[in-house]
Ligand binder design. Structure first.
Ligand code: PLP
Length: 380
């Protein structure tokens, strides 16, 4: 079975995990955790707090910028549900903003309209959560000035975009607070985990405290506010450091896989996710658009029949039953991406032969009509 984006781990990761174990720091915090945070800081320039998941990091990021019950928060509609769930955890209401064709990320034009309307109603959002989808940054030079004009902070959901950059600036540092995920399917993994980034030590201190039950620094356990149990385990941080050392190699391999797909589909009518000139993409998942939903579905079933995992693009939040009736600024862009889009296997462990076979199967699905003729074509 070929999976979409399996973890790429080996001897180095195994050794790092065991070294953390043998060092005796099994308890929640320890030297591996501090080292992992320092290494992400070296890469990004911002202070970091390693947490138990990207979702936990989003939750604390929203609290850190002051989101409270009854507030509204603008959120990219084209995303994974965790982005919007974090808003709900705060007792706030998400308002969804659709994507732009040029990057598949939040549309500056629609964000502008949403902010103007909110301002006219006298209820601005407390934050805007901008997602860097599939490892590509949103257009921050367009989004930031809008948020600044209305004094609304940006939480950057960079869960999928570690290692990417916007005009040379690292993903995760493009808003006011940033978030990474190290879940098993992300570009690097700690099995499960996340991390919050901030330029400001006071914020990271507060987030670190909130992530450990907001315990006051006294010997008896004293608490003034509700905290969470969101800290990353020291063992997993050891794994994270080993993965981080290989991040650039993984990105390089993922970009090569994308180039191989582009080469294989050069003469077809498939469209790839756009790569604007300001984007240094991390290659996390190669995503393509078919001319219509039927041909996308045919390609997906052909791949499934050959034990190859593929998946439609994210179903937009404004289409989710969970968020029925919520306000949304949409223009059909993410609806269309969801209808026609497919994520292709993109694991760094794929070899060129795998990519070739996957591309062939997709091409065959474009011409063949029945499962029988498909199988025949593959066998030949
Ligand atoms: C994976 C992901 C998250 C959540 O991260 P977890 O570590 O799985 O909690 C949030 N937002 C986006 C866009 C993601 O892809």
């Amino acid at each position: 079975m070929i999976h979409l984006s399996p973890p790429d781990v080996g001897e180095a990761e195994r050794a790092a995990l065991l070294a953390a174990f043998d060092g005796g720091w099994i308890a929640p915090v320890g030297p591996e955790l501090a080292a992992f945070e320092r290494q992400v800081t070296e890469r990004t320039g911002w202070t970091t707090v390693a947490l138990s998941s990207g979702t936990a990091a989003l939750h604390l990021a929203l609290l850190a910028v002051g989101v409270q019950p009854g507030d509204t928060v603008f959120v990219s509609s084209f995303t994974f549900v965790a982005t919007a769930n974090a808003v709900t955890y705060c007792g706030a209401e998400p308002v969804f903003v659709d994507s732009d064709r040029s990057s598949w990320n939040m549309s500056p034009a629609l964000l502008h309209r949403a902010l103007q309307d909110a301002d006219a109603r006298g209820k601005l959002p407390t934050a805007v959560v901008v997602v860097d989808l599939y490892g590509q940054c949103a257009d921050y030079d367009a989004l930031r000035p809008l948020c600044e004009r209305y004094g609304v902070p940006i939480v950057e959901d960079s869960a999928e975009a570690l290692g990417a950059a916007y005009r040379g600036r690292p993903a995760g540092t493009l808003g006011d607070v940033g978030v990474f995920s190290f879940n098993g399917n992300k570009i690097i993994t700690t099995s499960s985990g996340g991390l919050l980034l901030t330029p400001d030590e006071a914020t990271s201190d507060r987030v670190r405290s909130l992530s450990t039950q907001a315990r006051r620094p006294v010997v008896h356990y004293e608490h003034e506010e509700t905290g969470f149990n969101y800290r990353m385990s020291n063992l997993l941080a050891g794994l994270g450091s080993a993965q981080l050392q290989r991040l650039d190699a993984i990105i390089e391999r993922k970009l090569a896989i994308n180039a191989a797909y582009r080469w294989a589909f050069a003469d077809s009518d498939l469209e790839f996710m756009p790569a604007p000139d300001w984007s240094a993409w991390n290659g996390w998942l190669t995503c393509v658009l078919f001319p219509d939903r039927e041909s996308r579905d045919r390609a997906m079933s052909t791949l499934t029949a050959n034990e190859i995992e593929s998946r439609p693009l994210w179903k937009p939040m404004h289409r989710q039953p969970l968020f029925a009736g919520r306000d949304a600024y949409v223009d059909g862009t993410s609806d269309d991406l969801f209808d026609r889009g497919l994520c292709l296997p993109s694991g760094a462990g794929l070899n060129d032969g795998d990519v070739h076979r996957i591309s062939q199967l997709v091409s065959i699905s474009r011409t063949a009509r029945t499962g029988a003729s498909l199988q025949h074509a593959v066998d030949r």
